[in-house]
Design a protein around this ligand. Structure first.
Ligand code: SF4
Length: 697
């Protein structure tokens, strides 16, 4: 009965990393009161989901070199291209570019085929643009990509610090939870160059100079030490590296006065923030893309975590750093090893014994020797001609990567571009040689993991349209066509989930922290009924809401590491030719490149067209007219939008939304305004700081 339609299913929202549970039918979506992420709440995107389920514009059949084709031919052609490329140019000539939109089961099978059987390490994901700096910061500090706290901590905290997060728009249900838990004495500090909707909740808004977050948090570490509010007992028992990180902090941010000058903040505001942080044990610092999407993103994350470690505020109720993930399954992709620097199941290539262990588990001869290329490097390699077959699943890099003109050129140069998507016409699909129709939300089954490590089910309640198939099915079919019958004979997502769960605990693979082997024996029915559950999940199940509660971390010696952070300010700064700083971000009612949310007229009504937010004095100085069209030009491209007068902006800085693209306007992209500069550790692009000039249209 693959096409049976139950009346209502409990499922998970496919948009942001909050991961709200909802009950869905084809004509309505409602918040799920039993889901721990949202407890019945939904934001407007989640509650409009049913409005986006229109059949228009769907990719319904495989298209091979411009011609509609049947699955057997399309699968054979994909396999032939991969086989030939491997034979002529080696396994590394084949690359996969995956997505935080994929379900964990899809991700697992793609990663297994690429690394285990094609043996290319070149697998990366759009999570690189989203959370990779937080991942790298977690690894440096905790010894693994581990989020210590949970959403409840946002409510329990007496001091909430929101760094680089417009949660009101980007994580609306978490913002609702923060609003609902307001009480006398609870304070909120928002650190953001812009005054956003989130600042409404702020007792203190620090309109920081873009890119100076490490200075602010280094200054905080110095303040904590000087005010004797460091927890020396916790540091002695559970951490290392405090002295070195403090002396690095002292040279970068010797005094609040220096911080005030460098970060362009009023001195009294800096001191107020520091005093509040020093006084309040129950402090959560939630950080998001304003921290991550930076050429110093990893350092920013560690500068924040340093302050939490120095005060012993990690993994305690209402006291933790908390990374807010952008995508519905950015964490699930991390769990299966979907990032180029990881191998599988939270194991890195250089984790002791990992390569041998994974190869034996997958029953393959070997896995690649070392890491593959991260997104920006990967597309550089495509442009150079080193990648001959590129398989893109569920993402739109022709819009979302920086310097999109180069990405498009690279796609045109690549001999074989395969795109799996549910939408027929995307900017990326226009460059594809082979299009494969994927099942969309509501049409497929599997799991996703949200920002608080909560695994929850996406369930199907709609028939598959046309010839669309789930991604795991498509990848498995190609794997079998490549001759790998045994490892890819999955019949259902539950088969894949059990295997993924087994690998997480295989010979203690991911250590106890990542272990979900407690779910490896689920029956098909239990998988069907799986309730939201936070990892780790072992046979001896315990409370996984918070990690490191015993002060033991995932490093070799069990100690957390404070990392010395030097100041590294944004790499590209305004100059005479491009005098304005460009900040990019989300708006409340759209998701990514709008392929789904633009189908709802209700969602489009919020902000119906692209805009440029400009400080009123800059509008005057540039002789612009509010409400008229204007053009931002960078060295690589342009963006046309309607000028909005925004006193919320700092002078000399403009904001543009990331969502619009050629499919909707043909008038440029936010990503045409930023460079391919990346964080040296995480490889995450500096999407929060471009530079441009602004003129009348
Ligand atoms: Fe969906 Fe995020 Fe809104 Fe929840 S907050 S309904 S997960 S978009």
């Amino acid at each position: 009965g693959t096409n049976k339609k139950p009346a209502t299913v409990q499922t998970t929202c496919p948009y942001c990393g909050v991961g709200c549970g909802l009950s869905a039918t084809p004509s309505a979506t409602r918040g799920d009161e039993t889901h721990p992420a949202n407890l019945g709440r939904l934001c407007v995107k989640g509650s409009a989901l049913h409005e986006t389920l229109t059949p228009d514009g769907r990719l319904l059949r495989p298209v091979v070199h411009g011609r509609e084709s049947a699955w057997p031919q399309a699968v054979a052609e994909v396999a032939r291209r991969i086989r030939e490329s491997v034979a002529l140019h080696g396994p590394g000539s084949v690359a996969f570019y995956l997505s935080g939109q994929l379900l964990t089961e899809d991700y697992y099978v793609a990663n297994k085929l690429a690394k285990g059987f094609i043996r290319t390490p070149n697998v990366d994901t759009n999570s690189r643009l989203c959370m990779s700096s937080a991942v790298a910061a977690h690894k440096r500090a905790f010894g693994g990509d581990l989020v210590p706290g949970c959403y409840e901590d946002l409510e329990l905290a007496n001091l909430l610090v929101l760094a680089g997060s417009n949660a009101a728009w980007a994580h609306p249900v978490l913002y609702q939870r923060m609003q609902a838990s307001a009480r006398p004495g609870r304070r909120v500090v928002v650190i953001d160059p812009r005054k956003t909707a989130t600042s409404d909740l702020a007792d203190l808004h620090l309109a920081i100079r873009p890119g100076t977050d490490t200075v602010l948090f280094n200054g905080l570490l110095v303040w904590l030490a000087d005010q004797q509010t460091v927890d020396h007992g916790y540091l002695a028992d559970h951490c290392e590296g405090f002295d070195d990180s403090l002396s690095a902090a002292r040279s970068a941010a010797p005094s609040p006065e220096a911080v005030s000058r460098i970060c362009e903040l009023p001195l009294e505001d800096v001191i107020t923030f520091y005093r509040w942080f020093a006084e309040e044990q129950r402090t959560v610092t939630a950080f998001s893309q304003g921290i991550n999407q930076s050429s110093a993103g990893t350092d920013k994350g560690n500068a924040i975590i340093n302050c939490h470690l120095a005060t012993g505020r990690v993994g305690k109720p209402g006291a933790s750093p908390l990374s807010l993930t952008g995508q519905p399954n950015a964490m699930g992709g991390r769990e299966v090893g979907g990032l180029a620097n990881t191998l599988a199941a939270h194991m890195d290539y250089d984790s002791p014994g990992a390569r041998d262990r994974v190869a034996r588990f997958w029953e393959t001869e070997a896995v690649p020797d070392g890491p593959g290329m991260k997104a920006v490097d990967l597309f550089d390699a495509v442009e150079r001609g080193d990648i001959k077959v590129l398989w893109i699943m569920a993402t739109n890099p022709a819009v979302s990567l920086p310097e999109t003109h180069r990405i498009r050129r690279a796609l045109d140069l690549c001999p074989t571009v395969i795109v799996s998507d549910c939408v027929r016409d995307t900017d990326t699909a226009r460059h594809a040689d082979i299009l494969l129709p994927a099942a969309g939300w509501g049409e497929k089954d599997g799991t996703v993991t949200n920002s608080e490590r909560c695994i929850s089910r996406q369930r199907r309640f709609l028939p598959l349209p046309g010839e669309a198939r789930p991604d795991w099915w498509i990848v498995s079919a190609v794997a079998r066509a490549l001759g790998h019958q045994a490892g890819f004979d999955y019949e259902r997502p539950a088969d894949i989930f059990r295997e993924h769960a087994r690998l997480s605990g295989f010979e203690n693979a991911g250590q106890r922290f990542f272990d979900i082997s407690g779910l490896a024996e689920l029956s098909n029915e239990q998988y069907e009924l799986l309730e939201p559950v936070q990892w780790p999940v072992t046979a001896a199940a315990s409370d996984s809401r918070r990690l490191f509660t015993d002060g033991r971390f995932a490093t070799a010696n069990g100690r957390a590491r404070l990392i010395p952070i030097a100041s590294r300010l944004p790499a590209r700064n305004p100059n005479e030719a491009f005098p304005l700083i460009v900040n990019t971000g989300r708006i409340r009612d759209q998701w990514h490149t709008m392929t789904r949310t633009a189908r709802s007229s209700r969602l489009l009504a919020h902000r119906p067209e692209p805009f440029i937010e400009v400080h009123p004095e800059d509008i005057r100085a540039l002789s612009l007219t509010p409400g008229a069209l204007a053009t931002l030009k960078s060295a690589h491209g342009h963006f046309v939008g309607r000028v909005r007068s925004a006193p919320e902006q700092r002078r000399g800085e403009v904001f543009v939304p990331i969502h619009w693209n050629d499919q909707f306007t043909g008038q440029g992209l936010a990503t045409a305004l930023t460079d391919s500069l990346v964080d040296p550790i995480s490889g995450q692009p500096e999407a929060k700081q471009g530079r441009a000039t602004l003129t009348h249209w």
